[in-house]
Design a protein around this ligand. Structure first.
Ligand SMILES: Cc1cc2nc3c(=O)[nH]c(=O)nc-3n(C[C@H](O)[C@H](O)[C@H](O)COP(=O)(O)O)c2cc1C
Length: 345
């Protein structure tokens, strides 16, 4: 199987909205929701993708000729690479009937663990989704990050019992899901949380807690104050608020403010190992990649997930080698190109 085979297969079974494009850049699906598109005019996912492409990197091979070390410490557990499959929920609605969330998460969690990385799993109104995801994570020795919606405290208590039994290394909450239409006006209520409410949630979780959906320095500081161990700089792929900046546009200043005090992850339009390299140079510890993993599962099942993971890992290692970086902790802004040529500016 090749990556092209994955795309070709996916086009036969991935529903009417996703086109399994050669490059997943948000253009063909635009504002298609249901579907993998973005909210409103639909240009935030496109902006996410384009922003990484605006950053260029510095080639330098006058360096030690070693194989770069891409291994990554995730709360005391070693992963092969500093990237994760991102959480995607309601796959049947957005990507067609081939899979439901239970089957999707099971393939993804298991294949990612076999590939040496971990998957974040999505959550939904159906409790069976979180139950099954936690079961899949437990079966893989805790390799997987259950991602809960910002439910009320009592609903979260039930979810955290499952989370704790799964043996996972960390739990996440997409706090920005407050912007999803299906979460509004629910009983019990779900949505925004104050710092105090979030602190209580984090205490109840009993695991390193990652807050997903941070787009400002102020929000990052609030997550830190509430006791989060990590954040995901993310605008949910443009699906929760129209006209956000790209995640790449805000990552650097957020990393400057809270880097070293908590783990910083980022997602949105990251598609290659070169993009991962750029994100780490801007201050991220790791990245999440969501939509392309759906294409990998639909088009190639477990084999597709492993193939795509290896493709990303090889691209990251190649980029590190070509820039003279031996290990992830070497990566910094010094590898990113700062234009200084007055004739081109
Ligand atoms: C169809 C779809 C469903 C998603 N469901 C979830 C979810 O349940 N929980 C979550 O935290 N993020 C969810 N996301 C957001 C992704 O995890 C990710 O933040 C976003 O897609 C940006 O990453 P990408 O550009 O690599 O896709 C979803 C995204 C899509 C496209």
């Amino acid at each position: 199987m090749t990556y092209q085979d994955i795309l070709t297969n996916a086009r036969t079974c991935i529903g009417p909205y996703c086109k399994a494009c050669p490059v997943c850049n948000g253009r063909a699906c635009s504002n298609q929701v249901p579907g993998p598109g973005a909210k409103g005019v639909g240009d935030t996912a496109i902006r996410n993708y384009d922003a990484w492409k605006r950053i260029r990197i510095n080639l330098d091979t006058i360096a030690e000729n070693t194989t770069p070390d891409t291994s990554f410490d995730f709360f005391g557990h070693t992963m092969k690479y500093p990237f994760f499959a991102g959480p995607v929920g309601a796959v049947k609605l957005h990507y067609g009937d081939k899979l439901d969330d239970v089957a999707y998460n099971d393939i993804l969690v298991s294949a990612c663990a076999d590939a040496g990385i971990a998957a974040f799993t999505g959550d939904g109104t159906n409790p069976a989704v979180m139950q099954a995801a936690c079961h899949s994570i437990a079966a893989k020795g805790g390799f997987g990050i259950p991602t809960v919606k910002p439910w009320d405290v009592n609903t979260l208590r039930e979810k955290f019992e499952l989370v704790q039994a799964s043996g996972c290394f960390a739990v996440a909450m997409d706090i920005d899901a407050a912007g999803l239409p299906f979460l509004q006006n629910l009983q019990p209520p779900a949505g925004s949380k104050t710092v105090e409410e979030l602190a209580q949630v984090i205490k109840n979780a009993g695991k390193p807690f990652i807050v997903k959906g941070i787009m400002t320095v102020n929000a990052a500081r609030k997550a830190l104050e509430a006791g989060a161990s990590g954040i995901v700089v993310s605008n949910h792929g443009g699906r929760v608020l129209d006209q956000c900046p790209a995640s790449a546009e805000v990552l650097y200043e957020i990393a400057q403010a809270v880097g070293g005090k908590m783990k910083i992850f980022v997602d949105g339009g990251i598609r290659t190992g070169v993009d991962i390299f750029k994100a780490l140079c801007l201050g991220a510890d790791g990245v999440l990649i969501a939509r392309p993993y759906v294409t990998a599962v639909y088009g190639g099942g477990a084999e597709g997930v492993i193939l795509y993971t290896e493709k990303l890992g090889a691209e990251l290692a190649d980029t590190m080698k070509m820039c003279g970086a031996a290990k992830l902790s070497d990566l910094s802004e010094k590898y990113l190109f700062r234009p200084s040529n007055p004739f081109l500016s």
